[in-house]
Ligand binder design. Structure first.
Ligand SMILES: [Mn+2]
Length: 333
């Protein structure tokens, strides 16, 4: 449950900037906008802020609702709520515009709970961080239900959008996910549609994106007897297909459906001297730890990092870390 301190932080403020991480996803957008709606229903001024870019197909539609650089006037007397990340630096180019405000954090990333600098790198901040929560919208839903009881249709739709994004449409849930389904049930009772949400998240792709998907699938290689599958996106692919073409969720899903696979790695040459790497895993393998090894972060089953170098220099480093993990798992068996 949200702490009394957070509820008081909300109740006693008049004006709020609601910020999320850069390159927002459906959970971030849904959390920000549903929280803003709740704040407005409480009679407060609420300004959603984001550095963008709104790259993902399903969030593009919301671009115009967000301020990228709030002015001094907009900042005056405001409190800051950061959602779906736990440090002000994750807000990207928004950071200089929102510094110095009294802040609260609402997040479900494990890295937030372990943040030794304190939430938001901001002394005196209030937080609601639950790494077990399936999405940040799940936490926002609890706050709205606590403060206002009922959800509006618009809030329910935004919250279901976030919940479905982060749970991969409930594919990632395990035996602890009864609460997730109860929360979803309340959203659907409030009018949100699973079918409409599915189409919002999975529709609207261009044909280019399917061609890129095919290319990356065809490059996938098995390692460690098929326990790891790795594929790469070259700089030329991005130039040819554009960022628009990226559909990571589908790529991971298709590769994770291969028999015997425990982890999937996608290396992308983002710049001539830099790669971003995405990791996905099944239950026992902690890819947050793998990403952390390279200075990245994320969840146990989904994480990422950025590594200097080219695909040819980055790949062996990653395989080395996994070779230790697979040895370790073998030993503990
Ligand atoms: Mn999230």
């Amino acid at each position: 449950m949200p702490s009394q301190a957070l509820l008081d932080f909300i109740r006693t403020g008049d004006k709020f900037l609601v910020a999320g991480h850069k390159e927002p996803d459906g959970d971030c957008i849904g959390s920000q906008l549903a929280l803003c709606s709740c704040l407005r229903r409480l009679g407060k001024t609420a300004i959603p802020c984001s550095a963008g870019p709104f790259k993902r197909t399903e969030v593009k539609f919301y671009t115009d609702l967000f301020l990228a650089s709030p002015t001094e006037a907009e900042k005056a007397g405001a409190r800051l709520i950061i959602v779906d990340c736990s440090s002000i630096s994750r807000t990207g180019d928004l950071e200089p515009f929102i510094q110095g405000l009294p802040a609260a954090i609402i997040d479900h990333h494990a890295s937030g709970a372990n943040n030794e600098e304190g939430p938001g790198d901001n002394p005196g901040s209030v937080s609601f961080i639950d790494p077990k929560a399936p999405s940040t919208t799940f936490l926002i839903q609890k706050i709205i239900e606590e403060l206002l009881g009922k959800l509006t249709l618009e809030e329910a739709e935004l919250l279901l959008f976030g919940l479905c994004t982060d749970t991969g449409f409930f594919r990632h849930g395990d035996d602890g996910s009864a609460e997730t389904f109860l929360a979803a049930s309340r959203l659907i009772r409030a009018g949100a549609s699973p079918n409409k949400t599915f189409r919002a998240i999975n529709g609207g792709k261009n044909l280019n994106s399917r061609h890129l998907l095919g290319l990356l699938l065809s490059r996938a290689q098995p390692y460690f007897g098929g326990r790891l599958i790795l594929t790469v996106e070259e700089l030329e692919d991005t130039q040819r297909f554009g960022l628009e073409g990226r559909d990571s969720d589908n790529l991971y899903q298709l590769l994770q459906s291969v028999e015997g696979v425990e982890a999937v790695v996608v290396i992308r040459q983002e710049k001539p001297d830099n790669c971003t790497v995405g990791f996905r895993s099944r239950d026992q393998l902690d890819v947050a730890a793998v990403a952390a090894h390279f200075g990245g972060g994320g969840h146990r089953k989904a994480s990422g990092c950025s590594i200097k170098g080219t695909i040819n220099t980055v790949k062996p480093q990653i395989l080395e870390v996994f070779s230790k993990i697979f040895n370790d798992i073998c030993h503990s068996d």
